[in-house]
Each structure stands twice: as structure tokens, then as C-alpha cells.
Design a protein around this ligand. Structure first.
Ligand code: FE2
Ligand code: FE2
Length: 157
């Protein structure tokens, strides 16, 4: 998107806020339900559902649908997960270790493995998609050749 960079950062921050609110309210709903307070649980669940729409609105601005293909989305996902397992979580894990936050250290270590698995799964899907595109391209080439030959026949007739 071509928005000034402050606005771009604000949209990213707004997305992070709405996405966090969605997850937090889902979590609160689960705890309220476990505590036997169904009314509070349902309020959290219903509000979480609204936050999804707010987040989608921000995503529309950050990643306009017209700029995305399945391959591009897979590339974006691979880049995000790779950043998580190569940079973000290792840094967070080391900081947690330095601060003797053992629970956080264990959580970040587990997330390194999860993010690596997610990146690999997206990469496998992308590789399969690329094979599909290559096969389709061959079919298109064959069609183009056939049309070219027919055209030649028509021109020579
Ligand atoms: Fe919201
Ligand atoms: Fe992930």
C-alpha cells in the first residue's frame, strides 16, 4: 500500500491490537465458561467475533486482495514463520533465559519448533503448487501450439 509510513505502522499496530483482542476474548470466554459464568463467556465470545471483522478490515489495507495470489500468500507465510523461528523466538528465548523466566523460555523454545514446522508445511504446499503451475503451463503451451498449427493450415488453405 502507498500510505505514509506512519499510517502503515498504525495499521499494523491496529491489526496487532485487534488480533490480540480476538485471542484474549476467546481465552477469557473459555475461562468464564469454566467458572460457570455462561453470560460473561458469551459476551466475550460475541465480542471476539466482532474483533475478527475489525482485523480483516486492517488486513484488507495491508494486503490488498488484488495483490495476492496463493503462491504470494504462501511466500509471505513462509517469510513470517521463518522470521519467527530464526530470529524472533531465539532472541526471546535467550532473553527469558537471562532473566530466569523458565516458563517463558520453555514456551519460546516450543514455538521455535512449531514455527519451523509451519514454515516447512507452507513450503511443501508451495512446492506442490509450483508443480501444478508448471503442468498447467505445459498444457497451455500445447494448446497454443495446436492453435498455431490450425491457424497455419487455415492461412495455407
Ligand atoms: Fe475492535
Ligand atoms: Fe506459526
Amino acid at each position: 500500500m502507498n500510505e505514509p509510513s506512519t499510517t502503515l505502522h498504525n495499521i499494523e499496530a491496529a491489526l496487532a491490537g485487534e488480533a490480540t483482542a480476538y485471542m484474549k476474548y476467546r481465552y477469557f470466554a473459555r475461562l468464564a465458561r469454566a467458572a460457570g459464568d455462561v453470560v460473561t463467556a458469551e459476551t466475550f465470545a460475541a465480542t471476539a467475533a466482532q474483533e475478527i471483522h475489525h482485523a480483516f478490515g486492517h488486513l484488507d489495507l495491508l494486503y490488498p486482495a488484488a495483490t495476492l495470489t496463493p503462491a504470494r500468500m504462501l511466500e509471505l507465510a513462509i517469510a513470517g514463520e521463518t522470521y519467527e523461528y530464526t530470529t524472533m523466538y531465539p532472541g526471546f528465548r535467550d532473553q527469558a533465559a537471562a532473566e530466569h523466566s523458565h516458563a517463558a523460555q520453555a514456551e519460546f523454545s516450543a514455538q521455535i519448533d512449531e514455527s519451523r514446522e509451519h514454515a516447512a508445511a507452507f513450503a511443501a504446499t508451495l512446492a506442490k503448487a509450483e508443480k501444478r503451475f508448471a503442468a498447467l503451463a505445459k498444457v497451455e503451451q500445447r494448446h497454443a501450439r495446436t492453435y498455431q498449427e490450425r491457424l497455419q493450415n487455415v492461412n495455407e488453405a
